[in-house]
Design a protein around this ligand. Structure first.
Ligand SMILES: Nc1ncnc2c1ncn2[C@@H]1O[C@H](COP(=O)(O)OP(=O)(O)OP(=O)(O)O)[C@@H](O)[C@H]1O
Ligand SMILES: [Mg+2]
Length: 377
């Protein structure tokens, strides 16, 4: 560290209100970290230089893979050997994603709902720049990945995809894992501002507290073979790793699996604070969000058969479906209804027709019982 910087840092320590460039931080209050994550983020916002905002645009993007065609007929040892020996197996195009049009604005939270195998992970990987479109394009702040690299915009750093499978270095403890993530994401401390140094030092503490991982911070993470933290805790470690970085777009793939409803809601409330205060964006694919979680999102993307069925504000989805004549039964949660509809649209429609018939038949029965005779149906 340069001598001049050290002197400046020392003067900051003596007088925390001194630094006009980077603002100040009430260290005592933040050290306790007791005023909640949102408060800490607001303090960080005051002292940190403004972070870039990312808008992702997907224009008519499709991703196609070549998959082998399964031959019809009886399979036996001979056909199997023939398959193995033949150089050219029959292949066909399979659409992993088809004609996707989507915009993700900064400061928003988007929920992706689709039945298993209907391309949630593929969509998130496309937004993270990990899956290349075979048709159409994906733009980050108006640039594709190659143009962005020339202009100094590194998509892999801005957009972080959190895999639905947890992969960690098994022998590191939870705290070491987070520290490793922080050290990789930021320039090494010390910084000129004493307040920024403080944030850097306490980032790991903040994330540990926010995810409720303090009691196992010194336990090794482990994996399928090495016993470490529990499955739900490991899932939170996966999320914490990206929260330690400075990503501006988080793509969370089924991260709530293995978490109880209240922990999942807590984690996503932290995400809500993060997007509101720092203008970052979150796109999350969830299998079964509870009502509390569902309400936290601004936008909704519904998918079926590799295509987008609905992409728009969460608050308008009910009107949209009702315009199409699809009504959620009062006893069912709306998110559950949407997933049920996406999985089995014909069955949901049949159930609804049955329900709509019922009031009429009840009215008919009551009228007959009260001696009014048959009513016109
Ligand atoms: N590289 C690939 N080659 C061939 N098919 C693929 C490839 N990647 C994905 N698929 C297929 O694309 C479809 C969507 O896969 P994807 O993993 O995105 O689904 P998902 O909605 O995330 O499922 P889940 O909820 O089970 O995680 C699946 O049918 C899958 O088999
Ligand atoms: Mg998936």
């Amino acid at each position: 560290m340069r001598e001049a910087d050290r002197e400046k840092d020392e003067s900051d320590l003596q007088n925390p209100n001194h630094d006009p460039d980077h603002g100040t931080l009430n260290l005592d209050t933040v050290a306790k970290l007791s005023k909640g994550y949102r408060y800490v983020l607001e303090e960080i916002k005051k002292i940190q230089p403004p972070l870039p905002q990312v808008t992702v645009e997907v224009h008519n993007a499709s991703v196609t893979a070549r998959v082998p065609v399964k031959e019809r007929g009886v399979h036996n040892l001979f056909t199997h050997a023939k398959d193995l020996l033949s150089f050219k197996r029959k292949q066909k195009d399979f659409d992993i994603l088809k004609d996707i049009n989507l915009i993700i604005h900064p400061g928003t939270m988007t929920l992706v709902l689709a039945p298993p195998g209907h391309s949630k992970s593929a969509l998130l990987k496309l937004l993270a720049g990990q899956l290349q479109p075979t048709k159409g394009k994906v733009l980050w702040n108006g640039f594709d990945q190659a143009e962005g690299r020339q202009k100094g915009l590194r998509v892999e750093k801005l957009a972080q995809y959190v895999d639905q499978v947890d992969v960690h270095l098994p022998w590191l403890t939870v705290r070491e894992t987070f520290q490793f993530a922080v050290d990789n994401a930021f320039h090494p401390a010390p910084y000129q501002s004493q307040a920024l140094n403080f944030v850097h030092e306490h980032k790991v503490d903040m994330v540990l507290r926010q995810l409720g991982l303090e009691e196992c911070e010194n336990t090794i993470v482990g994996n399928e073979l090495i016993r470490g933290v529990s499955g739900g805790q490991r899932k939170r470690v996966t999320m914490g790793e990206v929260m330690c970085s400075d990503a501006r777009l988080l793509l969370l793939d089924e991260v709530s699996n293995g978490l109880d409803a209240s922990t999942a809601a807590d984690v996503f409330k932290a995400m809500r604070d993060w997007t509101d205060v720092l203008g970052a964006s979150v796109v999350a694919a969830l299998l079964q969000p509870g009502p509390e979680l569902f309400e936290l999102f601004d936008n909704l993307v519904l998918m079926r058969d590799s295509q987008i069925v609905y992409a728009g504000p969460r608050a308008s989805v009910m009107d949209y479906f009702e315009q199409l004549g699809l009504y959620c039964p009062p006893e069912q949660e709306y998110a559950d209804y949407l997933i049920e509809y996406l999985s089995h649209p014909d069955e949901v429609y049949r159930k609804q027709c049955k329900r709509q018939l019922q009031p009429t038949s009840v009215a008919k029965a009551m009228a007959m019982a009260s001696g009014m005779g048959a009513v016109q149906v």
